[in-house]
Design a protein around this ligand. Sequence first.
Ligand SMILES: CC(C)(COP(=O)(O)OP(=O)(O)OC[C@H]1O[C@@H](n2cnc3c(N)ncnc32)[C@H](O)[C@@H]1OP(=O)(O)O)[C@@H](O)C(=O)NCCC(=O)NCCS
Length: 167
Amino acid sequence: MSLVITPLVAADIAEVAALARVVWQATYPGIISQAQIDHMLGDRYGRARVANELATPGIWWDVARVDGVLVGFAASLTTLRQGEMKLDKLYVDPAQQRQGIGGALIDTVVARARDVVGCSTLILAVNKQNSRAITAYDKYGFSVRESVRVDIGNGFVMDDFIMARTL
Ligand SMILES: CC(C)(COP(=O)(O)OP(=O)(O)OC[C@H]1O[C@@H](n2cnc3c(N)ncnc32)[C@H](O)[C@@H]1OP(=O)(O)O)[C@@H](O)C(=O)NCCC(=O)NCCS
């Protein structure tokens, strides 16, 4: 498998949004409502929103391709806490999971956070019912730091664990 990870460019935004929908529909039904899936996808993957993030210092998007085909992506951002980076998104095509692509994306985020930005901690939020992802994050060296319920408006709530890994 020839896996290549590069920064997201504006021309890839629609492709990433389409992959996000495929992964979310394979992951979140039964965990959150379809209305919340649609709301969150619309909010987070719109062209203007992602393009704005690409132009914002302290936010990074990375895409993973195998033989040129998009198979996953990650987004990360600095938080208000000194020395802390947040892995904000990590999604791999369901047909391509368990081949190390998620691990390779995390390695990319970790290397940048630690060696370029100088962070000492990488955190993330994961739905408490997303047990596969929690298992993966355990494997990647994260552990649960706190439990949160965040009201994101429109009657929707994110019921998450915050997990953290020392870099
Ligand atoms: C979590 C995720 C990003 C991991 O990516 P990946 O490319 O599969 O990761 P890796 O190949 O490095 O595998 C890491 C571990 O994830 C777990 N895992 C991944 N896919 C799994 C599946 N379909 N069933 C069970 N465990 C799975 C396993 O523990 C795996 O380790 P193992 O294969 O040694 O047992 C990917 O499964 C994914 O996109 N899931 C759906 C979206 C999601 O929940 N994202 C996280 C949001 S916070």
